[in-house]
Design a protein around this ligand. Structure first.
Ligand code: BG6
Length: 485
C-alpha cells in the first residue's frame, strides 16, 4: 500500500502561454510565445519576428482559460486538486517589459484567478515566468543577453510579489531554466531568454552570457521576495532528464556523469550561490567569456533558493562509441552521444518512458542539494480518441502516472527523500510547448480544440479524471484502476 505525508500537495500544472489565450486581452502585449508557429512530431516550430495575419499561432487563443477559468477551477475542485501550478504572463503585467507602471488589467486578472483558486481550497503555486517574456524585450534589447533586462525582470518580480503577497506562498523564478543548455535548438534560447544567435556568433558563449543574467535575475528576485514576505518559499524550476551510461564501461559512466552537468549547472548556482568549479574550468578551457561583474558573486550568494521544483518526463542514455547526435533528433533535445535505451519504450514523440528514473532523479537531487523537492511537472503526451460511447478511455495515461507515483512513494518512504507535492503536467489539455500541437495531450480534462485551431473549446472529463480524483481522495493510497474500455 502506498502512503504519503499528511500535508503532501496533490495538484496539477499548466503555464499561462499554453493555456490562457486572450493574447491581446486586458492590455496584454505580445510575448516570445506569441510568435511561435505550430509544429508537428518531427517539425520544429518557427520563430517569426512579426505576426503574419495568414499564419496560425496556437498560443494566441490556447484553450481560452482566460475567459473560462471559473468553469475550469470548478472542475479542478471536483477532482480534488489541492494545488494548481501556473505562471504569471509577464507581458500581461508589463506589455512591453520596460514600463515603470504595471498594467492594472493584467494584475486584476491574476487577483481574480488566485481568489477563485483560494475560494475553492486550491493553493496557487506560481512560476514567475514560463517562456513568456515580452516580445519587445527580446527584439529591442536582445533578451537576457542584455543586462538591462535583469532590472526589468526584477521590477516585474517585485510588482507581483508585492501584489500577491497574501495570496501566494509557493513561487519559482524561471521555468526549466536549464533548458537553454541545449543552445543549438533556437527555440530554447528564444523562449527561456528572448535570445537569437546571429551568424558568426559563438552560440555557447551567448548562452552563458544570457545564463549569467538569468542567474542574477533569479537571485535578485529571490532576495526581493524574502524582503516582501519572509514566509515565501521560492524555488528554482529545472527540467530533469537523467542521463544513464549505456553500459558499465568506465568511460561511459564518466561520460554520463559529465553530461549531467548540462542539467545541474543552473541549480548548482541557484542552490549554492556560486559557480561550480567544473564550469569555471570549462570557461577557461574553451575560452568562454562570461560578463561577471564585481558584486555579482554577492548577488548570487544572497539569493539562493528554498527548494527545487522540477519536471520529469523521461530519461536519456549515452554511449561514448556513438556518433554525435544528428540534427533530425534535435527537436527532442537530443544530447551529444545519445543512444536509445533498449530497456524502455518511447512515447509517440520519442520520449523514453521511465518511472524508475523518477525515483533515481529524486535521490540524485536530494543527495546533491539536501533541499525539499517539488515535482511540478510529469505526464504523458499522447493522442486521445473519443470512443463510440463518447468517453475518453486514457488507460495509458493512468498507467504512466500510476507507475511514476509508485516510484515517488518509494523515494519518500524507503529512500527518505523530502517531497512537498506532485502537480502532473497539463491537468487540462493545452498547447504543447515543443510541437505547438493540441493533439499532444496530457490532460485529465479534454479540450475540444484541434491542431488547426478548430473546435468548440468544450471541456470533457477523461477516465484519468476519476482515477486521479480517487488518488487524491485517498492521499495516494488507492492507485488502482479498472479499465472502462
Ligand atoms: C516542459 C515545459 O518542457 O514540458 C512545458 O515546462 C511543456 O511548458 C512540457 O509543455 C511538455 O512538453 P511538450 O513539448 O510535450 O508540451
Amino acid at each position: 500500500m502506498t502512503q504519503f505525508p499528511k500535508d503532501f500537495l496533490w495538484g496539477g500544472a499548466v503555464a499561462a502561454h499554453q493555456l490562457e489565450g486572450g493574447w491581446e486581452a486586458g492590455g496584454k502585449g505580445p510575448s516570445v510565445a506569441d510568435v511561435l508557429t505550430a509544429g508537428a512530431v518531427e517539425q520544429q516550430r518557427q520563430i517569426h519576428q512579426e505576426i503574419d495575419p495568414n499564419v496560425y499561432y496556437p498560443n494566441h487563443e490556447a484553450v481560452d482559460f482566460y475567459h473560462r477559468y471559473k468553469e475550469d477551477i470548478a472542475l479542478f475542485k471536483e477532482m480534488g486538486l489541492q494545488a494548481f501550478r501556473t505562471s504569471i504572463y509577464w507581458s500581461r503585467i508589463f506589455p512591453k517589459g520596460d514600463e515603470v507602471e504595471p498594467n492594472e488589467g493584467g494584475l486584476q486578472f491574476y487577483d481574480n484567478l488566485f481568489d477563485e483558486l483560494i475560494a475553492n481550497g486550491i493553493e496557487p503555486v506560481i512560476t514567475l515566468t514560463h517562456f513568456e517574456m515580452p516580445l519587445h524585450l527580446a527584439q529591442e534589447y536582445g533578451g537576457f543577453r542584455n543586462r538591462k533586462v535583469v532590472d526589468y525582470f526584477v521590477h516585474f518580480a517585485e510588482t507581483v510579489f508585492e501584489r500577491y503577497k497574501d495570496k501566494v506562498k509557493y513561487w519559482m523564478t524561471f521555468n526549466e531554466i536549464n533548458n537553454m543548455m541545449d543552445y543549438e535548438n533556437p527555440i530554447f534560447l528564444w523562449t527561456n531568454a528572448g535570445v537569437t544567435v546571429e551568424e558568426g556568433e559563438d552560440a555557447e558563449e551567448v548562452m552563458y552570457t544570457a545564463a549569467h543574467h538569468l542567474l542574477l535575475a533569479s537571485a535578485l528576485a529571490v532576495a526581493k521576495g524574502k524582503e516582501i514576505n519572509t514566509d515565501f518559499k521560492i524555488g528554482t524550476m529545472i527540467s530533469h532528464v537523467p542521463i544513464y551510461p549505456k553500459n558499465c564501461l568506465p568511460d561511459n559512466v564518466m561520460l554520463a556523469d559529465e553530461s549531467m552537468r548540462l542539467r545541474f549547472f543552473f541549480p548548482d548556482v541557484q542552490v549554492r550561490g556560486y559557480y561550480p568549479s567544473y564550469a569555471l574550468k570549462k570557461f577557461e578551457r574553451d575560452n568562454i567569456s562570461v560578463p561577471i561583474q564585481a558584486g555579482d558573486e554577492d548577488i548570487l550568494k544572497a539569493g539562493t533558493v528554498d527548494y527545487i521544483g522540477f519536471s520529469y518526463y523521461m530519461s536519456n542514455a549515452v554511449d561514448i562509441a556513438s556518433e554525435e547526435s544528428d540534427d533530425d533528433h534535435k527537436i527532442h533535445g537530443q544530447i551529444p552521444y545519445q543512444v536509445e535505451n533498449p530497456y524502455l519504450e518511447v512515447s509517440d514523440w520519442g520520449w523514453a518512458v521511465d518511472p524508475v528514473g523518477l525515483r533515481y532523479t529524486l535521490n540524485r537531487l536530494w543527495e546533491r542539494y539536501q533541499l525539499p523537492l517539488f515535482i511540478v511537472e510529469n505526464g504523458l503526451g499522447a493522442y486521445d480518441e473519443i470512443s463510440e460511447d463518447g468517453q475518453i478511455h486514457d488507460d495509458y495515461r493512468i498507467d504512466y502516472l500510476r507507475k511514476h507515483i509508485e516510484e515517488m512513494e518509494i523515494a519518500i518512504n524507503y529512500d527518505g527523500v523530502e517531497v512537498w507535492g506532485y502537480t502532473p503536467w497539463g491537468i487540462i489539455d493545452l498547447v504543447s510547448f515543443t510541437s505547438g500541437q493540441m493533439s499532444k495531450r496530457y490532460g485529465m480534462i479534454y479540450v475540444d480544440r484541434d491542431d488547426d485551431g478548430s473546435g468548440s473549446f468544450d471541456r470533457k472529463k477523461k477516465d484519468s479524471f476519476d482515477w486521479y480524483k480517487q488518488v487524491i481522495a485517498s492521499n495516494g493510497e488507492n492507485l488502482s484502476w479498472e479499465s472502462r474500455k
